[in-house]
Design a protein around this ligand. Structure first.
Ligand SMILES: [Zn+2]
Length: 359
């Protein structure tokens, strides 16, 4: 028997607390995989918010199909967000098509719409626009398209009108623009060595870190009524004061923690704790876990999904020391011991307020 008030009693209480992981990706409709996921979610008292995104690899329709299959197979356990295509972005009928995709998603139960870092880091107008974008793009490329481009306005307006949330992964961690050996966490070193196409430092022609952040800020200033969840601490993970400044400036902005808890673990513990307490209604817990056929991947450096959840609950909800291999081998961090009601906000209530319709 565990003593009431002991760390293990607290961990039991946290494990039993109903939780929402507000940032996940289900990339398979495989029934057996989904059933396995359903069992894990039940054991962990968890629901998943599955986020689709547009990638130029053409995977969006498959992601949407997987999301709808997951929601159908695991009712009450999985909700989802849709996305719109950027194919033909520079054509006159692009916005109309994007709006139709958003509306189709809404009709199929999507609670929000994701925009991804390819806006700002990949999408470019053709040289001497207006001409075509997309397709076989050996043509010379022109200006970079940022998220505050007025061509997005009609789509963002519609998202707001439909009472959907814009989930914005714009930019990358600041580490993206640093040399590998100066990046602050091992996880980023690993990601950018595997994905050199997104390593900003290697692409001086690409708009830099601050340009990405500024474009997102300008977009939000122009759409003050739009509810936005900035993924990955709105790419301001390196300093809680930077996140706080945006949350103060934009009352309709919240942020998720997906795959960036490690960046809090390397900042001053008291500052981080104070930040989470002060903005306890603006931060959504998420992991960025990716469910593929028969296998799940997390960005924590911890192999099992359940162990990854346990480590986050322990670090946020108790003052015990946890291992954080994603920061570096052997790295340890003392937990924040946030009060239980704050844990309930981070792990459930905020997702429900920022994604209306999430039961
Ligand atoms: Zn993600």
């Amino acid at each position: 028997m565990t003593e009431p008030g002991s760390a293990s009693a607290l961990m039991e209480r946290l494990a039993a607390m109903r939780k929402i992981d507000a940032h996940t990706h289900v990339l398979t409709a495989d029934a057996e995989t989904l059933d396995g996921l359903g069992k894990t979610l039940e054991r962990q008292a968890l629901r998943w918010l599955d986020i689709c995104w547009y990638d130029s690899d053409g995977s969006l329709p498959k992601q949407v199909a997987a999301a709808r299959a997951a929601r159908g197979r695991l009712p009450g356990r999985v909700d989802w967000l849709t996305a719109f295509s950027l194919d033909g972005f520079d054509r006159a009928d692009w916005a109309e098509k994007a709006i139709a995709e958003v509306e189709a998603g809404r009709a199929a139960g999507a609670l929000g719409v994701k925009v991804w870092k390819n806006i700002g880091m990949e999408l470019r107008d053709p040289e001497g626009r207006p001409a075509r974008h997309g397709g076989a793009s050996s043509a010379p490329q022109g200006a970079w398209v940022m998220i505050d481009d007025p061509r997005f306005d009609p789509v963002l307006d519609r998202i707001e009108k439909l009472d959907m949330t814009l989930t914005a992964h714009i930019g990358e961690p600041r580490n993206c623009w640093l040399p590998l050996d100066r990046m602050t966490v091992a996880g980023d070193r690993e990601y950018f060595s595997e994905h050199p196409q997104y390593h900003g430092l290697l692409h001086p022609e690409m708009p830099g870190y601050q340009a990405q952040i500024d474009a997102r800020d300008r977009m939000q200033a122009r759409h003050p009524g739009l509810r936005v969840v900035g993924c990955h601490f709105a790419s301001l993970e390196w300093d809680v004061a930077e996140i706080a400044a945006r949350l103060d400036r934009f009352p309709r902005l919240a942020v998720d923690t997906a795959a960036r808890i490690c960046h809090l673990q390397i900042q001053n513990r008291e500052l981080v704790r104070g930040f989470l307490l002060r903005y306890q209604d603006r931060i959504l817990y998420g992991t960025d876990a990716i469910m593929m056929q028969g296998t799940v991947r997390t960005d924590t450096g911890i192999s099992s999904l359940e162990a990854a959840y346990e480590a986050d609950l322990r670090w946020l909800g108790t003052d015990e020391t946890v291992e954080a291999p994603v920061v570096g081998p052997g790295f340890q961090s003392r937990g924040l011991g946030l009060p239980f009601p704050v844990m309930e906000r981070l792990f459930r209530e905020n997702a429900r307020s920022w994604y209306p319709g999430l039961a």
